[in-house]
Design a binder for this molecule. Structure first.
Ligand SMILES: [Zn+2]
Ligand SMILES: [Zn+2]
Length: 372
């Protein structure tokens, strides 16, 4: 099904419009609210559509190549996870004022928290971006702490609840002013809002429930990626807390420029200098493409700045195994500055010939004018 139809927006919808449509639909179909049998399925579709359309890079691929394009580009459109979406955000903005409903989504110190997404920038060569590659990368991220089973608390600890706030994470504070006494609620300074006793924190992770680790990963970079392409590696971000899922890792690809080729999208551009006789008579010339050497056919009478197209000799399309861009060669005709004697003789003959032809055609025109 079409992602735009799912969200009920036009193909030219702005990011804000997409977000608004998503919130509206998500509220309508959230399985906690909508008890229809297909609500969960619908909700998942909405999430999938939003996840793609809210990401510029994915949206561009989707617009061009559809769902298949996304999976070819290394994204799994079906990997959408309901937990990816911060529901507290949706529900607080819609149900915030309605007592009962908001309570279950209120910030609870023990509520699962999704881990943070991480970003890694890598640089690849020009041709690697054209044809795809595999890269080994090293990342540092938070992994669940094994010593405490990611609870953040010592296994045998007794006083795990913060004694200052009794686990609420918040304390009341009274302030005396000229107008009377005001009570405000602030985050507990002893436990920083966690409600847990810092004295019982796990010694390995200091209460975080996660530890920083270095990890090596091999990632596949699809052919056709462009400078600035962003790829998601699911679940390789930081570990979540209280059973929340891990964040994702985003790998941002920077591609080096080439000395020989200029790339625009999936097309390649080069220049070719040819001699005047080659321009006049045409020729077959060996040229270099990103795929290797090939013969470019220069047609007779080619003009300076004319383009010769080598069809399908460009970059393989991102997300397609058969389509490729073109290679465009801009012809530059070299006018000789120095001539050998024999060359000069030939050019003089050519000059004479062209002057004679000029005279003849002038005579022809005069004749035909007289006959009218
Ligand atoms: Zn721990
Ligand atoms: Zn506390």
């Amino acid at each position: 099904m079409d992602y735009y139809e799912i969200l009920g927006v036009g193909k030219d919808a702005t990011k804000d419009e997409i977000k608004k449509a998503f919130r509206q639909k998500a509220r309508q179909y959230h399985p906690d609210v909508n008890k229809a049998a297909d609500a969960a399925e619908k909700f998942k579709e909405i999430g999938k559509a939003y996840e793609t359309l809210s990401d510029d890079n994915k949206r561009q691929i989707y617009d061009r190549y559809g769902e298949d394009g996304l999976s070819n580009a290394g994204f799994n459109p079906n990997s959408f996870d309901i937990n990816d979406i911060d529901l507290s955000d949706i529900f607080s903005s819609f149900f915030g004022g309605f007592g009962g409903f908001s309570s279950s989504y209120e910030r609870n110190p023990d509520a699962p928290v999704r881990g943070e997404d991480l970003r890694l920038d890598i640089e690849i060569d020009f041709l690697e971006a054209c044809f795809g590659t595999e890269k080994e990368i090293k990342i540092r991220h938070l992994e669940p702490c094994e010593a405490c089973n990611s609870t953040g608390m010592q296994k045998d600890a007794k006083d795990t609840v913060c004694p200052m706030c009794n686990g609420a994470g918040r304390v009341q504070k009274s302030t005396q002013t000229l107008l009377g006494s005001f009570t405000s609620v602030t985050t507990c300074p002893n436990c920083h809002g966690t409600g847990k006793n810092p004295k019982a924190f796990c010694k390995i992770c200091n209460g975080l429930g996660a530890v920083e680790k270095e990890k090596k990963l091999t990632i596949k970079i699809p052919h056709g990626v462009e400078h600035g392409s962003k790829m998601r590696v699911a679940h390789e971000g930081n570990a979540g807390r209280n059973g929340g899922r891990s964040g994702d890792l985003y790998v941002v690809v920077h591609t080096k420029q080439s000395k020989e080729f200029i790339r625009q999208g999936f097309d390649i551009f080069t220049e070719l200098i040819i001699s005047t006789p080659q321009a006049v008579l045409g020729d077959e010339i060996k040229v270099k493409t990103i795929h290797g050497e090939t013969i470019a056919k220069i047609p007779p009478g080619v003009q300076n700045d004319d383009r010769v197209t080598l069809k399908g000799q460009g970059v393989p399309y991102l997300g397609s195994d058969s389509q490729k861009g073109n290679h465009y060669i801009t012809i530059k005709v070299a006018i000789p500055k120095k001539l050998s004697q024999s060359e000069e003789k030939l050019y003089r003959e050519l000059l004479l010939l062209s002057k004679q032809q000029e005279k003849e055609s002038l005579l022809d025109r005069m004749k035909s004018a007289l006959h009218k």
